[in-house]
Design a binder for this molecule. Structure first.
Ligand SMILES: Nc1ncnc2c1ncn2[C@@H]1O[C@H](COP(=O)(O)OP(=O)(O)OP(=O)(O)O)[C@@H](O)[C@H]1O
Ligand SMILES: [Mg+2]
Length: 356
């Protein structure tokens, strides 16, 4: 088995009696990107600062390539950890040129052409002698990446490094950055509160909430098999249909849903993302026939329909209880408000959670 490049175990940090980091464990494998993803204030930056060595945990250990670099007794100083840092305000030195900024990152090591090679890699070689104020945000970001990579860190810690960039630029820079980091073989721990950024960049996501890692997994698994309603809802809008279990089944207006292993009488939430609702036309008050895959159709009336480019978002008020369901459909379809339509729920795309 490969040794993790970074292994964090049972990290705890308390501020004013509150456990801001509460028993956090995570790993980053060599050459891989782990994203620490969670809402604002959940403890992501604090975790990163502890790993960087600029903050000290109350308990827990940090290993790099199997070597202990920090517990509550021994502590390798930040500069001895072979860790590169990149934050949102990546602040290049304004009085140094691009080349000098990257050279500064070498921290006294011999250059040996590394500065030039890195600037070439990030596509900034021709700006060698420019000063930061002469560069765009994206260009500055590339220089900052080169600077952080200069000493060939074994691990790169990145805290929302793309949040200062505008949308279009951000996607390109994310992809480029990822490619460069992979080509350098650097292991990356990336902090973000944006699910799309994590899905796009991560090999593994550690989903954090209230100081705890609540779920770890590949983007595919975490999106398609969320652990609870909140984990599902963190990645997209969700629809929730309520039910009660009887004989490992839940009866709803959309037909029955399986609830294996859930005791009788338990209230459950059936969760489905807007893009997994199926919509069909009203045929003189009747909908399509039920199928095992999609269950029973239920009727709703279009309450709102918005065209947003690649898809349309349609809100339905359901006949059965007046509740609202949201569907995302291909944008060739934009129904009028007041249109009755039938909705079905893809069984393979819904999650059934006991109500917490
Ligand atoms: N030095 C400190 N003293 C007291 N409280 C702190 C300190 N640093 C962080 N906190 C608190 O710890 C909690 C977690 O902060 P942290 O910066 O780790 O959150 P975050 O997940 O990075 O959030 P964001 O996405 O907004 O950056 C917050 O409630 C914050 O107020
Ligand atoms: Mg933060």
């Amino acid at each position: 088995m490969t040794l993790p490049r970074l292994a964090v175990r049972h990290l705890v940090k308390t501020f004013a009696g509150r456990r801001v980091v509460d028993d956090v464990s995570l790993t980053v494998m060599p050459g891989q990107v782990t994203c620490l993803l969670g809402p604002s204030g959940c403890g992501k930056s604090t975790t990163l600062r502890i790993i960087a060595g600029v903050d000290m945990q109350d308990s827990g250990t940090i290993h790099v390539d199997g070597q202990l670099i920090c517990d509550t007794v021994d502590r390798v100083p930040p500069e001895g950890r072979s860790i590169g840092l990149m934050f949102q305000d990546f602040a290049l030195f304004p009085h140094l040129t691009v080349a000098q900024n990257v050279g500064f990152g070498l921290r006294g090591r011999r250059d040996d052409g590394r500065v030039t090679a890195l600037l070439q890699k990030v596509g900034m070689l021709r700006y060698l002698h420019d000063y930061p104020h002469q560069l765009s945000g994206g260009e500055q970001q590339r220089v900052a990446l080169a600077r952080a990579l200069a000493p060939q860190p074994r691990i790169m810690l990145m805290d929302e490094p793309f949040s200062g960039l505008d949308d279009r630029l951000r996607d390109d820079i994310r992809d480029e950055t990822l490619e460069i980091l992979k080509s350098e073989g650097t292991a990356v721990l990336l902090v973000t509160h944006e699910p799309n950024e994590a899905l796009r960049m991560a090999d593994e996501i550690a989903l954090m909430r209230d100081g705890r890692v609540v779920q770890r997994g590949s983007p595919y698994n975490i999106y398609n098999a969320p652990k609870d309603l909140q984990a599902a809802g963190f990645f997209s809008d969700i629809n929730v249909i309520k039910g009660k279990v009887q004989g490992a089944l839940t009866d709803t207006p959309f037909g029955q849903f399986l609830a294996p292993g859930v005791p009788d009488g338990t209230e459950v939430d059936i969760v489905i993302r807007p893009q997994h609702l199926k919509i069909d036309f009203d045929r003189a008050g009747r909908g399509p026939n039920p199928t095992p895959q999609d269950g029973t159709p239920a009727r709703g009336v279009v309450q709102r329909a918005r065209f947003i480019g690649a898809s349309s978002l349609v809100e339905f008020r359901m006949d059965f209880d007046g509740s609202i369901l949201r569907a995302a459909v291909p944008s060739v379809f934009l129904p009028k408000v007041g249109t009755p339509l039938w909705i079905m729920i893809r069984r393979d795309r819904c999650f059934v959670f006991p109500r917490g």
